[in-house]
Design a protein around this ligand. Structure first.
Ligand code: FES
Length: 171
């Protein structure tokens, strides 16, 4: 089997086509269509927007406007595991910056990238996670880690890589 990912891509576009058969000429269904599209791809690819435009009879510029308006939709591929790191004041003064550095290093993120090449992780800074008393705080998916140190980061990341059966990258 080809390892370039094209086979998977084709299957996803086939699934998109099939889903869109249920929404022909229904621009009022744009939100559920985008939700289902994101369910298929993990994000909303530009090529999918064109297909949705054709099926729903809705200009692609309007679809793009909807996608960018709602925070639930993403135009870029995201990792299976979403790491939210707090950049709020309490976390910052208690070493959040060093924790961030350890995560960036542990994931091998270079040149400002926020998603790993294997699509295992996406790193997202947030203003406050609402757990300032536990600063510095990160969340991975629905799990919260408070009062963490940079030294703990490799083991935490390894836990999620092991869950997926992936290769553990240790800094
Ligand atoms: S400042 Fe980090 S959780 Fe509030």
């Amino acid at each position: 089997m080809c390892s370039c990912g094209e086979g998977i891509k084709d299957l996803r576009y086939t699934a998109l086509e099939k889903m869109l058969e249920n929404y022909q000429h229904c621009p009022e269904k744009i939100i559920p269509v985008l939700q289902e599209t994101q369910g298929i791809f993990g994000y909303i690819p530009a090529a999918a927007i064109q297909q949705i435009s054709n099926a729903l009879d809705m200009p692609s510029s309007e679809i793009f406007g909807v996608v960018t308006f709602y925070g639930q939709f993403h135009l870029q591929a995201r990792g299976k595991n979403i790491i939210r790191i707090c950049s709020g004041t309490a976390c910052h003064v208690r070493g959040g910056g060093q924790v961030l550095d350890a995560i960036v290093k542990g994931l091998g993120l270079m040149n400002g990238r926020t998603t790993t090449e294997d699509l295992m992780f996406t790193l997202e800074p947030v203003a406050c996670l609402g757990a300032c008393g536990m600063a510095p705080v990160i969340m991975i998916n629905d799990d919260t880690y408070g009062r963490i140190s940079p030294q703990e980061v490799p083991a935490i990341l390894a836990h999620y890589k092991e869950k997926e059966g992936g290769q553990v990258w240790v800094a």
